[in-house]
Design a protein around this ligand. Structure first.
Ligand SMILES: NC(=O)c1ccc[n+]([C@@H]2O[C@H](COP(=O)([O-])OP(=O)(O)OC[C@H]3O[C@@H](n4cnc5c(N)ncnc54)[C@H](OP(=O)(O)O)[C@@H]3O)[C@@H](O)[C@H]2O)c1
Length: 287
């Protein structure tokens, strides 16, 4: 048996067509959706993620801006830039590219961007939608969890009553994802580095989602070959200069379905970010 490859590309194409049409409607009403990425420093990894965001943003007809700030920018000046973007009526979505310089990490970064422009979906008022039970993917909710739900829906993976094991409990992926899955009536186990007997838990999963950040950590031994488990690989690890997921390629022989790296969760995250930009612009016009 070889797992079905759950590639992002057909979904991304479909979503881009829809977003292009929503963007055109906005343009016809005189508003060009416009986003700004705030980058502190010049990390090559960040610049590469930013290029992917710019590409999809421009493909749907929206405007992309990059505000690149020096790594040693003072806290005061950094906050002044964010404040300016928050009040710029021509900018509808703002994100702070992570990671920022060490000295800025003590700021409450998630809550700096106005909730209405927070297209990463990290602001407390936006994450609250998830914690209070929403299944509305048009809300500004975090992009990786949203992209994973879009992907599972597209491939007809039913969540109702299924046991989903999420490995990794970060604020940007594991935690909001586990809540969102629960909103879709999945039964969720959220595992992490202190979880005991991880293999026993992952083996009973109908759907296994790995967001750990360790190349090829998930091995065939983590799956029950009789369950046709759907495996979602969030990991983006660099091994010998090559983008590598958390899931070992051999898992393909024991899983029912598997998202590829590259070409799986990464592109779903980017297109979900642009979906948030278009939704944010529409909402701002409604006032
Ligand atoms: N594809 C995308 O669009 C996308 C988006 C975001 C992130 N990512 C990638 O996803 C990965 C995770 O990133 P992140 O920011 O979500 O996570 P993170 O903040 O790096 O945290 C990693 C999580 O994995 C858990 N973990 C680490 N080792 C473990 C082990 N041996 N067994 C079980 N759990 C373990 C940690 O547990 P503790 O909490 O106990 O420390 C933590 O919760 C990275 O490769 C990142 O690049 C990809």
């Amino acid at each position: 048996m070889t797992a079905q490859i759950l590639s992002a590309s057909p979904i991304v194409e479909q979503m881009k067509r829809d977003l292009k049409s929503r963007c055109e409607t906005l343009r016809n009403r005189g508003t060009v959706p416009s986003m700004c990425v705030v980058l502190v420093g010049d990390s090559p990894a960040s610049l590469s993620y930013i290029r992917n965001k710019k590409k999809v943003c421009e493909e749907v007809g929206a405007t992309f801006n990059l505000l690149q700030l020096p790594a040693n920018i003072s806290e005061h000046d950094f906050l002044a830039h964010i404040e300016k973007l928050n009040h710029d009526p021509k900018i509808h979505g703002v994100i702070i590219q992570l990671p920022v310089s060490e000295h800025l990490k003590r700021l409450n970064l998630s809550n700096l961007i106005l909730p209405s422009k927070d297209i990463d979906g990290f602001h407390g008022l936006n994450t609250q939608h998830i914690y209070t039970g929403t299944t509305n993917l048009k809300l500004l909710i975090p992009c990786t969890p949203k992209g994973i739900i879009h992907l599972l829906k597209f491939y007809g993976v039913d969540l109702e009553g299924k046991h989903v094991v999420v490995v990794g409990r970060s604020l940007i992926v594991g935690k909001p994802l586990s809540m969102l899955l629960s909103n879709f009536n999945a039964t969720v186990t959220l595992a992490h580095s202190h979880t005991k007997n991880l293999e026993d838990i992952t083996k009973i999963a109908d759907i296994l989602i790995s967001a750990i950040g360790k190349a090829h950590f998930i091995q065939p031994k983590h799956l029950n070959p009789n369950k046709k488990t759907i495996v979602v690989d969030v990991g983006m690890n660099t091994v010998n200069g090559k983008l590598t997921g958390d899931v070992a390629p051999e898992v393909s022989s024991v899983a029912g379905g598997l998202t590829p790296v590259p070409g799986g969760v990464g592109p779903m995250t980017v297109v979900s970010l642009i979906e948030n930009l278009i939704s944010a612009t529409e909402n701002q016009l409604k006032g």
